[in-house]
Structures are given as C-alpha cells and as structure tokens.
Design a protein around this ligand. Structure first.
Ligand code: C2O
Length: 550
C-alpha cells in the first residue's frame, strides 16, 4: 500500500454549455472534477485550497472513514467549512472497499459543479471477480444550469418552492446532441469490437434519479456503491443521486454499421415542475483497420435506446430488487442476524407557516419543508463532531431524536390535516457496534416521491422493501438476511418503505440525508452519534491541527 497525494485548488472557471458561458466553482479548472485513483489499502491525502469567495467543504461519498472521522467533510456535521484563502488536508485510508465512489462539495449546492470520481482498484495482483475489462471508463451524470447555481438555490429557498429545473442533464459534463446548441458538447465513447468495457456510472445530478440505457447493448451490473454484487444483465439502469454502479459493456463482435446513442433521463413521481429532457452520448465503434469510420460525409446511422416512462415506479422497484450481494467465501455478506436497536423513520415532505415578507409556494401559501419523523433538521453554526468530541454539546445539538413519527397516520391513506414539521438539531445515539434495523417509510404527504437516503461512515444491507405501509408484524418475515445488497445510498420507494440493517461499528457523528439536494435543503436530514467502544481503535482520534474553525 502507498500514499497518494492530491492537491485540489478550488477556483472559478469559465465554462460554456448550451451557448451560455458562466463562471463556476471548479477543482483544478476541471468540470467535472479530476478523479481520485487508489488501491484498496492505500492512504489518500488531499490538500484542498479554497481560492473562491464561498465557504467550501469536500465529502468523500461512500468512503468509510474508519479512524479518520475528521475527513468525512459535511459542513457543520464533522467540520467547519474551509473559508476563503484557507486550506485543509483530508487524510484517509481505503479499507475493505473497491469499485467506484465519488467526491463532492458538501455545503450549500456547490456540489453541482464541484464533484468527481473516486476509483478504487483492488489490491495489487488481486483480480476482479469478473473477467478483466479491456478498458475502464467513468461516466458521471450531472446537471447544468445556465444560471449561477448559488442564485438557483437562493431563489428556491426564498420562495419556499422548488428550484428552477436545470437547463440540461449531462454525461461527463456534456449535455449532448438532444439539446439545442449542444452538438459539439457530446460525450463519445469510442470502442473496439469484441471487447469488454467497465463503465463506472456515478449519479452526481442534484435533484433527479435517472434511467440510463445504451441502444442495442445490454449491460451487466457487477458492483454497487463500491461493493461487488451478483452479476445481472439489464438493458436499462436506474441510478439515484449518490449511487454508483459498475457495469460491463460487451461490444459487438462485428463492426456494426451504426452508432448507438446512450441516454439518461429522470425517473420522477412527485408533483410540480419536472424536466423530461434527456442527455445523450454516443457509442461509436472504431475499426482497428482505421480505414473506414473517419469519412464524416457518410456517418453511420444513429440508433436510439428506449427508456421507461418518467414515472415508471414498477420498473424502478423491479430493477432495485435485482441487486444481491456477491456473498461468496471471499466477499461474505456480514448481515446482522439479530437486532439491538429497531428504528422507524418516516421520510417525506411537509410544510410550515410562510415567514412574513415572503411569498411561499407550498400548499395554501405555506413554505415547503422536508423531515424525518416530522423533524426538519437545522444545521448548527459550528460542527457537531467538534462539539461532541470536546463534550460541549451545549446549545449545538440535542440527543432526543424521536423514535417514532410525531404525527403517526396511515401513510397511504388520506394525508393528515397537520403537515407541519418541527425544526431542530436532534441526533440519534447508538452504542458502538450495535446492530441497527432502520425502516424508512415514505409518507406520501404532498405526493408520493422516492427519496434516496444516504448514510455517512457506514454501508448497510437492504433487507426488505415494499409498497404501502410497512407492517411490523408481517413484513420482517420476508427479509433477505442471506445475500441482500450492501450499499451506502438507497431509494425509499415512492409510496413505500425500505428496511436496512447495519452494524454501527464506526464511532463518530454521521450525517444521513436525502441525496436530492432540494429535499436536503428543506431539512430531510439528521445525524447519528455512534458511541466509542473500549479499544483504542474504537474511539474517535483527536482532531487534526489544521481542522477549520467556524
Ligand atoms: Cu453524497 Cu452527505 O453526501
């Protein structure tokens, strides 16, 4: 194992898409940002230097951060932000993970432009549990606003409504040929016939789950969130914000007389404004003889894929049920068989009274809010991990997160009259190594919507999911405790529930939130305190000396 050093200079960068040039916050001048590449067992050291007038913080999405809690990155949870002109060194080791993850800014909506891949290779001379691919290609889905993203967020939060939908979805930062004024901004994947390519898919979009397909090619899913899964074939993938999926693409044996569109567009069941446009890239065969293909006067025909309807929840549920842990001798699935702590959380939207001097776009002139068990989480002005570590919690947070929803009701029936939520900085406390079962129920208040929930510092097993109300007497009988998929982000299905289990084996303060940025802003988030264990490596280490101050 070695140490890999990176420097991230955060600066403004002029970028042009859809014939609009804007200055955006970028890392080392790149949009999307540069990849972090490491092998399992390596140490990664990233010096982040903030040259912009915004506060910045970087999260290494999905990295366990065992014994490196101070490097997790969510602003006001594990650290104060890195202020203008300041720097902070993130320092963590890759333990027991290989596959694709990603990094992104974790403050305000900066992650719209500040994100990039994390590529985790197996240890040297350890093969993949599938045939070695000919080439590996990261594919990041994102969104593009012609407007400044900070303006988009402040507009959304001030009106208490939703954000303006983005002007385009993107593949590796490029909207592609289906948008006006974007012909030259198209991602092209040039392939040879008869080879296997490993595509590392990352959904970095702010607010949309995405369907993805490549015309006339099926894909074999082999990894999810940097954990191997039992391989399965599919023509269409669904990937929620925060998730990563590795797929194998086998190219045709014969050089085809066609080019193939790859397309991504949203899966969305909520109310209000949505965008049904698609980003596209082109899969293009290059022949080894190099004689053909370069003749641009007669480009081969372009074949389009077929994607499900924008609200095809049946497809979404069926697709997510196909994921299984590899669960073999080399990569066993350590599923908690017994449970120390059972928790039930409702997740969904609600509303609050509209503040004076504002016009709000929620129902009956209220202001939209989002909550877990009717608590809308408020970020404190200082970092929770720092307060917790110094045992000075006074005023920063409380540890009384409600174990049941404040407004219980039939989640699939008529919504309650009272959709109000309570603001608070409430945390859930669990002992070290406790086995936790968490049922996440979509409330469907103000419309059934899928919520991709992400837990920091841990992976969890998805042991069950279903539609309607979770039934504690019946549903657990159908849990998969043998080979459930293990991951760090799972969609709570629209109008349904999902059950996850994990060992709280990582002491610290860990954020959990909906990875749809607008829901995160509205308060669909909370944090866990995992208490220290008895051994020295079961305690939070002291903070690094350069930890930013608020
Ligand atoms: Cu991908 Cu809390 O983040």
């Amino acid at each position: 194992a070695i140490t890999r050093h990176y420097t991230f200079n955060i600066r403004l960068q002029n970028v042009t898409r859809l014939c609009h040039t804007k200055s955006l916050v970028a890392v080392n001048g790149k949009f999307p940002g540069p990849p972090i590449v490491a092998r399992e067992g390596d140490r990664v050291v990233v010096k982040v230097v903030n040259h912009v007038q915004y506060n910045v913080s970087i999260h290494w999405h999905g990295i366990r951060q065992l014994q490196s809690q101070w490097s997790d990155g969510p602003a006001y949870i594990t650290q104060c932000p890195i202020q203008t002109g300041q720097r902070y060194v993130y320092n963590f080791t890759i333990i027991g993970q290989r596959g694709t993850l990603w990094w992104h800014a974790h403050i305000s909506w900066l992650r719209a432009t500040v994100h990039g891949p994390i590529i985790l290779l197996p240890k040297l001379n350890v093969p993949y549990p599938f045939a070695k691919p000919y080439k590996e290609v990261p594919i990041i889905f994102g969104e593009w606003w012609n407007n400044d993203t900070e303006a988009v967020i402040s507009q959304a939060l001030q009106t208490g409504g939703g954000p303006n939908v983005s002007d385009a979805y993107t593949i590796n930062g490029l909207p592609g040929p289906l948008y006006n004024c974007s012909q030259n901004e198209t991602f092209k994947l040039k392939v040879k016939p008869g080879k296997t390519y490993l595509l590392r898919l990352i959904n970095a979009a702010l607010n949309d789950e995405l369907f993805f397909s490549i015309a006339n090619h099926s894909l074999t899913v082999v990894e999810a969130d940097a954990l191997y899964v039992k391989p399965f074939k599919t023509n269409i993938l669904l990937i929620t914000p925060g998730q990563t999926t590795n797929v194998l693409l086998k190219t045709k044996r014969q050089h085809p007389n066609a080019r193939f569109l790859m397309e991504a567009r949203p899966y969305f069941t909520g109310q209000g404004t949505f965008d049904n446009t698609a980003t596209a890239g082109i899969l293009e065969y290059v022949s080894s003889s190099s004689s053909s293909s370069s003749n641009s006067s007669k480009l081969p025909v372009l074949v389009k894929p077929t994607l499900p309807a924008i609200n095809d929840t049946a497809y979404a549920a069926n697709f997510s049920s196909k994921f299984r842990s590899l669960a073999n001798a080399q990569f066993p699935a350590n599923v908690p068989k017994t449970v120390d702590k059972k928790i039930f959380f409702t997740v969904g939207l609600g509303s609050n009274p509209c503040p004076k001097n504002q016009t709000c776009q929620g129902p009956n002139g209220t202001k939209f809010a989002a909550s877990i068990n009717n608590i809308s989480f408020v970020l404190p002005k200082t970092a929770i991990l720092q307060s917790y570590f110094s045992r000075k919690s006074n005023g920063v947070y409380t540890t009384d997160f409600p174990s049941t929803p404040l407004i219980p009701f039939n989640y699939t029936g008529t919504p309650p009259n009272n959709t109000m939520v309570i603001n608070g900085t409430k945390l859930e406390v669990v002992p070290f190594n406790a086995s936790v079962e968490l049922v996440l129920q979509d409330t469907s208040i103000l419309g059934a919507e899928s919520h991709p929930l992400h837990l920091h510092g841990h992976n969890f097993f998805v042991v069950g999911q279903g539609f309607g109300n979770f039934d504690p007497n019946k549903d657990p009988a159908n849990y998969n405790l043998v080979d459930p998929v293990e991951r760090n982000t799972v969609a709570v299905p629209s109008g349904g529930w999902v059950a996850i289990r994990f060992f709280a084996d990582n002491p610290g303060v860990w954020f959990m939130h909906c990875h749809i940025e607008v829901h995160l802003s509205w308060g669909l988030k909370m944090a866990w305190i995992v208490l220290d264990g008895n051994l020295p490596n079961q305690k939070i280490p002291p903070p690094p000396l350069d930890l930013p101050k608020c």
